[in-house]
Design a protein around this ligand. Structure first.
Ligand SMILES: NC(=O)C1=CN([C@@H]2O[C@H](COP(=O)(O)OP(=O)(O)OC[C@H]3O[C@@H](n4cnc5c(N)ncnc54)[C@H](O)[C@@H]3O)[C@@H](O)[C@H]2O)C=CC1
Ligand SMILES: CC(=O)C(=O)O
Ligand SMILES: [Mg+2]
Length: 554
């Protein structure tokens, strides 16, 4: 005889009043009842597992609240602790042991050739947190959630990937709960051979895929971008995505700053504190700011100064890494400049950009000096997560009496100072990669060209509403991300067409207005019928009907 208990398990029933309640509100209440960021992350991850459709509905309706959990800053905690908070397999791990049969591993991914976008990390530099090895997977998952929420990419076409090639972080190798391969990272030759097989296999198994490289350590970030960008449909988010988003914010910031100082835009001088993949990637993209005004590359380069852990980067320094050479100064004669205050006194920058991972590197003296040199100094502390940010927003406002033009990598709340409320910008590549990806996918671009990246930046810079401009913002409000991504995608498609790398002739025949409609029509929306069947085994994107039976899998 079947007991009452087991029969209830076999046929779970929805509570009688359930249909009249808003499950999204219930989820939000459950989320808000948790007071620890990591607990919220675990809750959301579980919700996605139980009912992905509902998860995306809640995310889309509450982006300002939820993005900082799925993405920076909390995703940093999730990665750092991933081996300990791990609940279930998610994403795709390709390990060094898979060398020789990577194709077979990729073929295990359920959506196969229907896949459109992969975010691939090797976990070697997650945000500013260093080598987290196999714990890096949540960064790929978080970025893809932004593709889904921000651009409307269909969830089932996304592939989060972590390449597990080992880790050089001893504490993980010593941790009995560490989920990754227990070995040190390979040398250059072994890694190159792995990456070549991986990329070849990716194209074979997922022929329509765009690959976003994410959070590779700096040398490898530049190396694999150079190696693969003309061969595959791929880009590096930290170099190119960050470059584009900062160019966009900088265009708007420079206008505000020049309006206050009366100095021409061509006279901006930009000081980069941090010269890794992000610092140099952004510096290279900011050449466009000057070149678009008619300056030569040499003139543009001359407006940019870079600093690393040894101080102002000069060409006479011995053993300079390859990626630092382009901006190394040849015009400075004198003893090495190592102190940031001395460097600022020497350069007299109008803008100070932080991509150093050094918490509070922009001290009160530094910020005040920038304020004394500029009526409206541009200060962008862009390192992630917040715990590594070069200066907090409230301090930057206070130390400049509210004159700072500010954008940070991770989000800050508005600040009230002397009776006025100031709103910060968030200079994070999340504003730009969803639109770049959407455009590249719809154009069926063979490659991601420099013009596609540059046009994406310009489109974002031009997207401020009158109200946003009047408020002094340098980036549009995040709540508009879907519309922004569609507009960015449009310019990316047009740039792909101009560079003749597009393979979707349909887009060529549409006017801008029709193309925008086409892009918006392609944006995936979660369905508002989101009742779950309560099955502990449901793990996809479901639409479920009123009697609790899954009727459609997206
Ligand atoms: N806002 C955004 O959208 C993005 C932000 N980032 C952030 O940028 C940061 C850097 O990333 P990567 O360039 O890939 O890392 P990285 O480790 O290659 O670069 C760090 C750079 O800072 C320099 N540095 C370290 N200590 C210093 C010190 N005391 N003084 C001056 N310079 C110092 C290093 O020499 C190096 O050049 C990370 O925190 C990352 O989260 C990265 C990509 C996007
Ligand atoms: C935002 C990002 O891509 C990073 O901090 O690495
Ligand atoms: Mg990154």
């Amino acid at each position: 005889m079947v007991s009452q208990y087991s029969s209830a398990l076999a046929k779970p029933r929805i509570p009688p009043h359930f249909l009249n309640t808003d499950h999204r509100q219930r989820c939000l209440a459950q989320l808000r009842s948790k007071h620890d960021g990591l607990e919220k992350y675990i809750y959301l991850s579980g919700l996605k597992e139980r009912d992905a459709n509902l998860f995306y509905e809640v995310l889309l309706g509450n982006m300002l609240e939820i993005i900082p959990i799925l993405y920076t800053p909390t995703v940093g905690d999730a990665c750092s602790n991933y081996s300990h908070i791990w609940r279930r397999p998610e994403g795709l791990y390709v390990t060094i042991g898979n060398k020789g049969h990577i194709r077979e591993v990729l073929r295990s991914w359920p959506t196969g050739p229907a896949s459109r976008i992969a975010v691939v990390t090797d976990g070697s530099r997650i945000l500013g947190l260093g080598d987290l090895g196999a714990n890096g997977l949540p960064i790929s998952i978080g970025k893809l959630d932004l593709y889904i929420a921000g651009a409307g990419i269909k969830p089932t076409t996304t592939v989060p990937i972590c390449l597990d090639l080992g880790t050089n972080t001893e504490k993980f190798l010593d941790d009995p709960l560490y989920i990754g391969v227990r070995r040190k990272r390979p040398g250059v030759e072994e890694m190159d051979a792995f990456m070549k097989e991986f990329m070849e296999a990716m194209r074979e198994v997922f022929p329509s895929l765009l690959v976003q490289f994410e959070d590779f350590s700096t040398d490898n970030a530049f190396r694999y971008l150079d190696m693969f960008r003309s061969q595959y449909r791929c880009f590096n988010d930290d170099i190119q995505g960050t470059g584009a988003v900062v160019l966009s914010g900088f265009i708007n910031a420079a206008r505000l700053s020049s309006a206050a100082s009366g100095r021409p835009l061509t006279e901006h001088r930009i000081l980069f504190f941090g010269a890794g993949s992000a610092g140099v990637g952004v510096a290279k993209q900011l050449l466009s700011f000057f070149k678009l005004m008619g300056m030569s590359e040499a003139e543009a380069r001359n407006r940019i100064y870079t600093v690393d852990s040894k101080g102002l980067i000069t060409a006479d320094r011995k053993g300079l890494q390859e990626h630092k050479k382009f901006f190394a100064r040849t015009d400075y004669q004198g003893p090495p400049l190592t102190n940031l205050l001395d460097i600022i006194e020497y350069v007299k920058p109008t803008a100070l950009l932080g991509l150093s991972t050094i918490r509070n590197a922009f001290t009160e003296d530094v910020v005040k000096l920038m304020g004394s040199l500029n009526p409206r100094p541009i200060i962008f502390p862009l390192s992630n997560p917040v715990s590594l940010c070069e200066v907090d927003y409230a301090d930057a406002i206070r130390w400049t009496n509210g004159s700072v033009i500010f954008a940070s990598g991770s989000p800050y709340k508005p600040v009230e100072f002397e009776g006025k409320v100031y709103e910060p910008g968030q200079g994070n590549n999340m504003y730009i990669f969803p639109g770049i990806g959407m455009g590249a996918i719809l154009a069926k671009a063979r490659h991601i060209t420099d013009a596609m990246i540059e046009q994406a930046a310009i489109a974002l810079s031009e997207a401020l509403t009158q109200e946003e401009e009047d408020t002094g913002l340098v980036y549009p409000r995040l709540a508009r991300i879907r519309d922004l991504s569609a507009r960015i995608a449009l310019t990316v498609i047009r740039a792909a067409q101009k560079d003749e790398v597009d393979e979707n002739s349909l887009c060529r025949n549409l006017s801008d207005e029709r193309l925008l409609d086409y892009i918006k029509a392609k944006q995936w929306q979660p369905c508002s019928m989101h009742l779950t069947n309560g099955s502990p085994y449901s793990n996809g994107v479901h639409i479920v009907n009123g009697n609790g039976t899954a009727t459609h899998r997206l």
